[in-house]
Design a protein around this ligand. Structure first.
Ligand code: PLP
Length: 398
C-alpha cells in the first residue's frame, strides 16, 4: 500500500512545494551581477515581514544549530549569564551549545509537558539585582514536547521586573506556522531555519535582531567574522556574497516560498491553516484516547504548538505504529525526541506528527486515517471515531 506519493510527516525537514523545488532546479547564476543581486536585496523586506519586524535580519548558510550559535555569539560576551527557559529537548539543546561557547547558563526547567510560567522567569530576573543576565532565551514551540510558550506574557513578566535583559526566541518550529509578531511582542532576537514552516530544504539559518540587540552586540566578544550579524544586517554587498559564495539555489527557493506565504496565501491565513489542521490532529487523538492510554503530550490546547504534535501510545505502540505506517501506508511520522533515551523500552512509546509548512486538509486527514488503519491492523486499543472527529474539525472550525 505504499506505492503512490509518500508523505514525510516529521517536524522538519518539511515537505517542499514543487514550485519551490522547481525554482531551485536551475544552473548556478552569476553572483557578481544580474538578477540574483536584485532578487536578494528584495528578499530582505519579505524576511522582515515573515517575522513581523521592521528591524534587522541576517541570513546564514547553516541549519538551526548554526543559527542558534550565531545568535549566541552576537548576544553574549565571555562570562555573561543567560536565563534559559526549557520546555522540552530543544531548550536544553540551545543551553548546551551556549554553555560550550563560554556563557554561564541558568536553566529554568518546566519539564517535558508544560509551558513556561512567566512568573518564575520574573522571579529569576528579580533575583539578578546586578543585571548579570543579558538575555532570556525561550523556545516558542518546542518541537520535542510540542509545548508552545506565551511570548507576550513572558515579555510582560520581564517588563514587570524592570530588568534590561533581551528576549530571544527560537522560532525554528513556529515561524510561518504559529502567530509570531517580533516587534509588537517586544522580542529582541528571533532564530529561524529554512526547513520547517518556510518549506525549503535545510541549509539556511536566519537571525532577526532588534536595535537594542544590535547595541548590546557591540560588546560581545564571542563573535567570529563569519557569524557577525552587524555586516549581515546591513549592506547590499554583504547580501550579494554572504561572507563567501551566496547560497544561490536556496535563495531562489526562498523567493518562491516567501511569495507563496506572504503574497498569495497571506501570513495570517497561513497561521489560521496551521491552527485548523492542528485542531484536526488533536480531535483524532482525543477520540483515540477515549477508554485507552493514547494521549497527547500537552493536555491544554492553548499550550500546544500548531506545527507539531507529540503523543504517547504506550507499550511500544508508538514505535510499532510508526513502523507500520512507513511499511504499509507510505507515511513517516516523527520519533519521540527527548522523552526517553533510545536505549530505553519507553522510547518506543512516543511519536510526533509534523504538520508544518506545505500541508493541507487532505494530507493531514490522510495521515490520521492511515494511523487509524495502523491502530486497527496492530490491534492497539483505541477509542472510536477519530477520523470522523478530525473531519469535523476541518469541516466546522471552532
Ligand atoms: C528543528 C529545530 C531546531 C534545530 O534545527 P536544526 O536545523 O536541526 O539544527 C532547533 N529548535 C527548534 C525549535 C527546532 O524545531
Amino acid at each position: 500500500m505504499t506505492t503512490g506519493r509518500t508523505y514525510l510527516a516529521i517536524p522538519g525537514p518539511s515537505v517542499s512545494p514543487e514550485r519551490v523545488l522547481n525554482a531551485m532546479h536551475r544552473s548556478a547564476p552569476n553572483i557578481y551581477e544580474g538578477e540574483i543581486v536584485d532578487m536578494t536585496r528584495a528578499l530582505i523586506p519579505d524576511l522582515r515581514r515573515v517575522a513581523q519586524t521592521s528591524q534587522h535580519v541576517a541570513i546564514y548558510i547553516a541549519n538551526g544549530h548554526g543559527a542558534w550559535e550565531a545568535a549566541n555569539c552576537n548576544m553574549f560576551a565571555r562570562g555573561d549569564r543567560a536565563l534559559l527557559v526549557a520546555t522540552g529537548r530543544f531548550g536544553h539543546g540551545w543551553a548546551e551549545g551556549l554553555a560550550r561557547q563560554g556563557v554561564s547558563v541558568e536553566i529554568i526547567d518546566f519539564g517535558k509537558a508544560s509551558p513556561a510560567d512567566p512568573q518564575r522567569i520574573a522571579d529569576a530576573l528579580r533575583a539578578d539585582t546586578t543585571h548579570q543576565i543579558k538575555a532570556v532565551l525561550v523556545t516558542h514551540v518546542d518541537t520535542a514536547s510540542s509545548a508552545r510558550n506565551d511570548l507576550p506574557a513572558i515579555r510582560a513578566a520581564i517588563d514587570s521586573t524592570g530588568h534590561p535583559a533581551l528576549l530571544a526566541v527560537d522560532a525554528i518550529a513556529s515561524l510561518a506556522c504559529d502567530e509570531l509578531r517580533m516587534d509588537d511582542w517586544g522580542i529582541d532576537v528571533v532564530v529561524g531555519a529554512s526547513q520547517k514552516g518556510l518549506m525549503l530544504p535545510p541549509g539556511l539559518g536566519f537571525v532577526w535582531f532588534s536595535d537594542k540587540a544590535l547595541e548590546l552586540s557591540r560588546r560581545a566578544d564571542l563573535v567570529t567574522p563569519y557569524w557577525d550579524w552587524k555586516p549581515r544586517g546591513t549592506g547590499t554587498e554583504f547580501w550579494q556574497y554572504f561572507g563567501g559564495t551566496a547560497p544561490t539555489h536556496h535563495l531562489y527557493g526562498l523567493r518562491e516560498a516567501l511569495t507563496m506565504i506572504l503574497d498569495e496565501e497571506g501570513l495570517e491565513a497561513v497561521w489560521a491553516r496551521h491552527q485548523r489542521l492542528a485542531s484536526a490532529v488533536w480531535a483524532a487523538f482525543d477520540a483515540w484516547g477515549a477508554g485507552s492510554a493514547i494521549a497527547l503530550n500537552m493536555a491544554n490546547p492553548t499550550d500546544r504548538g500548531h506545527s507539531v504534535t507529540a503523543a504517547t501510545i504506550p507499550h511500544g505502540g508508538a514505535g510499532a505504529l510508526r513502523r507500520w505506517l512507513e511499511a504499509e501506508a507510505g507515511v513517516t511520522l516523527g520519533i519521540g525526541l527527548g522523552m526517553a533515551a533510545p536505549s530505553e523500552p519507553a522510547y518506543q512509546d512516543f511519536l510526533r506528527v509534523g504538520h508544518m509548512g506545505h500541508v493541507n486538509a487532505h494530507m493531514t486527514l490522510g495521515v490520521l486515517a492511515s494511523m487509524e488503519a495502523g491502530l486497527q491492523a496492530l490491534g492497539i486499543t483505541h477509542g472510536p471515531g477519530a477520523v470522523e472527529a478530525a473531519a469535523r474539525a476541518i469541516a466546522s472550525p471552532t
